[in-house]
Design a protein around this ligand. Structure first.
Ligand SMILES: Cc1cc2nc3c(=O)[nH]c(=O)nc-3n(C[C@H](O)[C@H](O)[C@H](O)COP(=O)(O)O)c2cc1C
Length: 160
């Protein structure tokens, strides 16, 4: 199975998680700045990673290169999404980017996997939350770094 992780990152946190996932899955982590449409389409498991900025926006490189995802034919892909965020300082838009990318991936024909339980987080609103579940994996290295390793390991076990 070919695993491709495409991420954007301002401060390095999301890059670090993407690299961690790559080493755990034998996949390759690619910065969205360098990714091409074919990188999205040719993975059997495509993992997208994005921090939330500006009270509920995608990270800037994702915004600049969003057309790549919007053009991709994901009809043959399973897609899983992780988002990094800060539930203490941004409780009203916690990991919103997961929800934004999710909707685009669904539109492009992907089969979305890797929904998770929001238990253990403390926030008020999130676009990543639907029907009581997160649409992907929420990582909060700003406040819950100690939980990241177990969250990633458990998540990968459910999606592989
Ligand atoms: C200006 C600013 C705005 C942010 N806005 C949000 C937000 O709306 N929701 C959220 O969950 N996290 C928010 N964050 C937290 C980042 O998403 C979080 O620190 C993330 O780990 C950064 O990832 P990166 O290091 O890969 O860029 C914000 C951080 C900053 C500095």
């Amino acid at each position: 199975m070919s695993v491709t992780i495409i991420y954007g990152s301002d401060g390095g946190c999301t890059r670090k998680i993407a690299n961690k996932i790559a080493s755990k899955t034998g996949g390759r982590a690619l910065d969205i700045k360098k990714a091409e449409v074919a990188d999205f389409e040719n993975a059997s498991l495509l993992i997208l990673g994005c921090p939330t900025y500006a009270d509920g926006e995608l990270q800037s490189d994702w915004l600049d290169h969003l057309d790549k995802l919007e053009q991709a034919d994901l009809g043959r892909c399973r897609v899983a999404i992780f988002g990094t965020g800060d539930q203490v300082n941004y409780p009203g838009s916690f990991v919103d980017a997961i929800g934004i990318l999710y909707d685009i991936a669904v539109e492009r024909g992907a089969q979305l996997v890797g929904h998770t339980d929001p238990a253990g987080y403390d926030f008020s609103e999130s676009a990543a939350l639907r029907d009581g579940r997160f649409l992907g994996l929420a990582i909060d290295e700003d406040n819950q770094a100690g939980k990241t390793e177990a969250r990633v390991t458990q998540w990968l076990a459910t999606i592989r």
